[in-house]
Design a protein around this ligand. Sequence first.
Ligand code: DGY
Length: 318
Amino acid sequence: MPEKVLVTREIPSAGLRVLEGFDVAVLSEGPPERGELLEAVRGVAGILSTVTETVDTELMDAAGGDLRVIANMAVGYDNVDLDAAGERGVVVTNTPEVLNETTADTAFMLLLAAARRLGEAERLLRSGGWDAWGPMQLTGPDVWGKKLGVVGFGRIGQALAHRARGFDMEVLYHDQYRNESAEQETGAQYLELEELLETADFISVHTPLTPETRHLIGPGELDLMKPTAILVNSSRGPVVDEAALADALEQGSIFAAGLDVYEEEPEVHPKLLELENVVLAPHIGSASIETRDKMAVLAAENLVAVLRGEDPTTPVDA
Ligand code: DGY
């Protein structure tokens, strides 16, 4: 009898092909309803999950003793309870690397869009409110030649630094650890967080969500930024205090922001929805066709490896 595998959401078919030979159920197109998920997970050996599912004790217990692997189709895994998985001997895997360049593209896109007021400009045009070219209409700061501060200098942060160099930007970074080889490779300069926030024209956040990084950017950090600063977040919503950011944008204590992630997805702080100086994207950081194919394939390959008793390519270190 083939082992049972639950794929929580519809994923690219390239990933499903890797699972051929198993008894695969794909639960739903959108985020599955919790009760449905708890029911569908019973007796499975592997779960291929996404960031919209909370994979906790309750879900693992509902799956039962056959569960051996949770393959999360994301680089982030804050939706998975690693301790609970460890206690049950369940391997957790993620999909790093394959999305680095695409996610860095998204961060740079948000940076450009926030600086050059693209959302506001498009809303003006679509509303019929654009009557003529204007000498000072919708002007925003240049991006090229400015200072970019990258908070979290992992693989995605470094990929962003490469893009910034193409715009003749000076790249500053802060991370828990100084990375001298990445400094040499990207030309980035290490700064303490406070100094980076005071100095940078653009600040882009690329840290994973952990207890230490929750609200890493709060009222105090926003206060340190220049009134002309632009903040970009494409990592995890709770790394930035959304209410404090909305206040800072409303009061003009920073110039603008570009966001791809939110504290309570899919909810967005109501004030942000009203503000013109923030570009809002619906968590599309890795959403290129090629990258989503690669993420699905890697997640499926990880799952299959564990079920075959082999080492997965990208396990999450508990
Ligand atoms: C990730 O990979 O963690 C993204 O947020 C989902 O694409």
